[in-house]
Design a binder for this molecule. Structure first.
Ligand SMILES: [Ca+2]
Length: 483
């Protein structure tokens, strides 16, 4: 466990400094956490399913589904047989960068890839979970929207049927066009059917759905026709004005907001096609899981389902992702591990779970030591019901994409279960936001200038600086820190 993680275990915004110091003292004594031993059995296979832009509330097993009419029985079934992390987040809410964090177990500051225009370096790629599994005798494959460059991928993947660009929703098979979600299910079956029983595998499937341009499968194009989707609670001029930033007015988030809401018909089509793509995605998930059962692979295959980021559906007068509001960073994470106790199946867990936790979780389940340069923590103790202390907070960041006509405000922040602190770092002067998430889950009341919360803000600022320094130190000499 690295220093940021150690501090993360102990920090709580509501405890006194004395308790914090006591906690740090305990950490000093106990040192690094010993890796939990994976269950004694054959090495498990892995199937990782990554949605593109699916929010945490766009599946029907969510605590508060976005609309009740959206049914995702296949995602729900995974949650029913595995565990569902209801407080799951990405550390950088943008497609390829978050996927790089999923693959590497690192914050963007330390994996060094902050945009589609950059790639994972061969060195960083060689330390991703597929590379490490490959080095340990796994057959590895990746399908779909990869987005992290193609240099040296042949050294990591036995099957690389993926691309570095956004890709298309429809694939020409020579016998007509099929939807990307369906194509991925077919390609996944091909990979799984060609695996040998003597060699474990790891297959990562990267969906296009439900990302822009929101083109659903023909079978789903009439879904929700009669549904009235209500406007989001914080989609109001007052909520937008509360941000108090001229900078936001020219942002890509504001541009997306208006582009997706030119008129009622545009808004209706955008929202319904988005959800129709989720339905296409759910069908594909069901088909791939069914393939595991058909091939008798389900008994020894870990299935992990997650999304790479969320999406603002007009909340705060904004669209798109990139910002650090919960609508943008909160995602579903479901883990189904064959070796987990039956008493854990169907559990809904409250601990903070992150995209950077996926790689260490996979390695722990495979019985492979977790490299010290991974920033995330294995979620397996939570899956398995072991008494693992939950993480107290995490760092969030999206910086470095401002040299465009509609820039994305650079922001970093810290989120705990109770508090969120955001700093917009390329505004002059820098703008701060502070939200009490327990009292204000919609992030409507910025308390940054409220004198009653001065101490809390100071603690969060300190925490922010600690994370920043730690990540800068860890990045030094390895990758270029994202200023
Ligand atoms: Ca995405």
């Amino acid at each position: 466990m690295n220093s940021a993680q150690r501090l993360g275990h102990c920090f709580s915004m509501q405890v006194s400094l004395k308790i914090i110091m006591g906690c740090l003292a305990i950490i000093h004594v106990t040192g690094c956490r010993t890796a939990v031993k994976a269950p004694e059995r054959h090495r498990p296979n892995f199937l990782i399913l990554i949605a593109d832009d699916q929010r945490w509330d766009q599946l029907s097993c969510a605590d508060h589904p976005l609309i009740p009419e959206l049914k995702t029985p296949n995602m729900d079934r995974l949650a029913e047989h595995g565990v569902y992390f209801r407080n799951a987040f990405v550390t950088t809410p943008i497609c390829a960068v978050s996927r790089a964090s999923i693959m590497t177990g690192r914050y963007v500051s330390t994996h060094g890839m902050n945009h589609f225009r950059t790639s994972l370096t061969p060195d960083v790629l060689s330390k991703t979970y597929p590379a490490i599994l490959h080095d340990n005798g796994y057959r590895t494959g990746v399908l779909g929207k990869w987005g992290m460059g193609t240099d040296s991928t042949e050294k990591v993947f036995d099957v690389f049927n993926a691309w570095a660009t956004q890709g298309q929703y429809f694939h020409d098979t020579g016998h007509g066009k099929i939807h990307n979600a369906e194509w991925l299910a077919t390609e996944a079956r091909g990979f799984l059917a060609s695996c040998s029983p003597d060699k474990p595998f790891c297959l990562t499937v990267c969906y296009k759905s439900p990302h822009h341009p929101y083109q659903p499968d023909e079978r789903d194009k009439d879904l929700f026709d009669d549904v009235q989707i209500p406007k989001r609670k914080t989609d109001t001029p007052e909520a937008y004005q509360a941000i108090r930033s001229d900078w936001m007015e020219k942002s890509l988030n504001r541009w997306c907001y208006f582009d997706e809401r030119k008129d009622e018909a545009t808004k209706d089509t955008f929202e319904k096609n988005f959800l129709r793509c989720v339905k296409s995605l759910d069908r594909s998930v069901g088909k791939i899981v069914q393939t595991l059962e058909d091939l008798d692979l389900d008994e020894n295959t870990v299935v992990i389902y997650l999304s790479d980021n969320g999406y603002l559906w007009g909340e705060h007068g904004l669209g798109g992702k990139w910002l650090l509001y919960d609508e943008s960073i909160r995602v579903p994470i479901i883990i189904h591990a064959p070796g987990m106790p039956d008493t854990r199946r169907g559990k809904r867990l409250d601990n903070l779970a992150l995209n950077i936790d996926i790689a260490p979780t996979i390695l722990e389940l495979a019985g492979i030591p977790i490299p010290p340069d991974m920033d995330g923590q294995s979620l397996y103790p939570h899956v398995n019901g072991q008494n693992e202390p939950p993480r107290a907070d995490f760092f969030m960041e999206h910086v470095g994409v401002i040299d465009v006509e509609t820039p994305i405000p650079d922001s970093r922040g810290v989120r705990s279960e109770t508090w969120k602190y955001i700093r917009y770092v390329n505004m002059s002067p820098e703008v701060e936001a502070l939200y009490h998430l327990k009292d204000d889950p919609d992030e409507s009341h910025n308390l940054a200038d409220d004198v009653n919360y001065r101490d809390i803000k100071r603690q969060l600022r300190d925490r922010y600086e600690t994370y920043l320094r730690t990540l800068q130190t860890r990045a030094r000499g390895r990758t270029q820190f994202m200023n």
